[in-house]
Design a protein. Structure first.
Length: 352
């Protein structure tokens, strides 16, 4: 495993990634240019969710894999420290999902978006997310459980093949769906998938490859120079922007979360973050989590106050101002929660 004194850049980028997720749900450049907004929001900003998945792979699943590698395949005795870490992560994420579901339940009821059948409820809870931004939580849980299972019975090479194959299926059902659906057998196959999950952007087709990339970067001994990482990121990002704009222009997309070139983009981006030596922002980890959870609530609040203040044209219709207003409200709410959490745990003074 790559030895580092700290992971300040990785931790700090959590907050940047969270703000990119806010951008995805507010389209900040839409008032200026649809094309520019698509490239920035629905191409470049797509690094955010894979980044969080890679962080989980790097820090949670990589120690688990090392334990399995040390004890050998099919040996059932697990070292307490690695299994306990994974269990804590899964329990914490599941609890966060339940709490977030309850938080947004009044909004769902108000909007009339409550599922009416058991099938719809199961699809929503396990794949689509109980609110539009919460799909990530069941995705990371499902992806982790799938990788844990694969680690028990498959070699790293086989896992790499399997997760990449799943990702290819996912990409073809996402950014290339309207192209591949012209083949009747493929259309029928994807229609079957969409009965279970509205998108292939989920814990089966999307999450595993990025979780596994985090594991490989932690345990695989991959080493690049800073120049190679920077060059690789620049070239692959430019290529992904071209891929995204092409599939968008040709109207191939059902959704726009998955691109083939997102894999090399994320590899080089994570390598760059591992190289970076920057001061650590102590509250970035907690702050990013609250920003992710709370930003849809902030969107509702901004829209709610815009009309009585007679500022709808500025706070809602001007997309960049709308984004900045949502970010400001979200960060303020998040800072309050971070402060409460640190005061209750006695860590406020340590945070500096």
């Amino acid at each position: 495993m790559r030895q580092r004194k700290n992971y300040a850049a990785v931790d700090n980028f959590r907050l940047i990634a969270a703000l990119l997720i806010v951008a995805i749900h507010t389209a900040p450049l839409a008032s200026f240019s649809d094309s520019a907004d698509f490239l920035v929001t629905y191409c470049f900003a797509r690094v955010a969710v894979p980044f969080f998945l890679m962080v989980t792979g790097y820090f949670v699943l990589a120690p688990y894999q090392r334990t399995i590698r040390e004890r050998g395949f099919f040996q059932r005795r697990m070292k307490p420290e690695s299994s306990a870490s994974v269990q804590r992560f899964l329990k914490k994420t599941a609890a966060l999902y339940v709490i977030s579901t309850l938080l947004y339940l009044p909004l769902k009821i108000y909007a009339g978006n409550i599922s009416h059948t058991i099938g719809e409820w199961l699809k929503e809870f396990f794949f689509d997310g109980t609110f539009y931004h919460l799909w990530y939580l069941p995705a990371v849980l499902t992806g982790c459980l799938l990788l844990i299972l694969l680690l028990q019975f498959c070699s790293p090479f086989v896992i790499s093949i399997l997760v990449f194959a799943l990702y290819v299926i996912g990409v073809l059902g996402d950014s290339y769906y309207n192209l591949v659906s012209q083949v009747p057998v493929l259309k029928m196959a994807y229609e079957g998938i969409f009965q279970i999950s509205s998108y292939t952007r989920n814990g089966i087709f999307f999450a595993p490859v990025f979780l596994w990339m985090g594991v490989v970067l932690a345990n695989g001994g991959v080493k690049l120079s800073l120049k190679a990482a920077a060059s690789g990121f620049g070239v692959s990002m430019a290529a992904m922007l071209a891929e995204g704009f092409l599939s968008y222009s040709l109207e191939w997309q059902k959704h726009n979360s998955m691109y083939f070139l997102l894999i090399p983009v994320m590899f080089y981006l994570f390598e760059l973050l591992l190289f970076a030596e920057v001061p650590k922002m102590e509250i970035a980890r907690d702050l990013s989590m609250y920003v992710y959870i709370l930003h849809p609530l902030s969107i509702v609040l901004v829209r709610g106050v815009a009309t009585p203040l007679k500022m709808k044209s500025l706070l809602v219709e001007q997309s960049l101002i709308h984004y900045l207003a949502v970010v400001a409200v979200t960060v303020l709410l998040s800072l309050v929660l971070v402060s409460v959490k640190r005061l209750s745990s006695g860590r406020y003074l340590d945070a500096g």
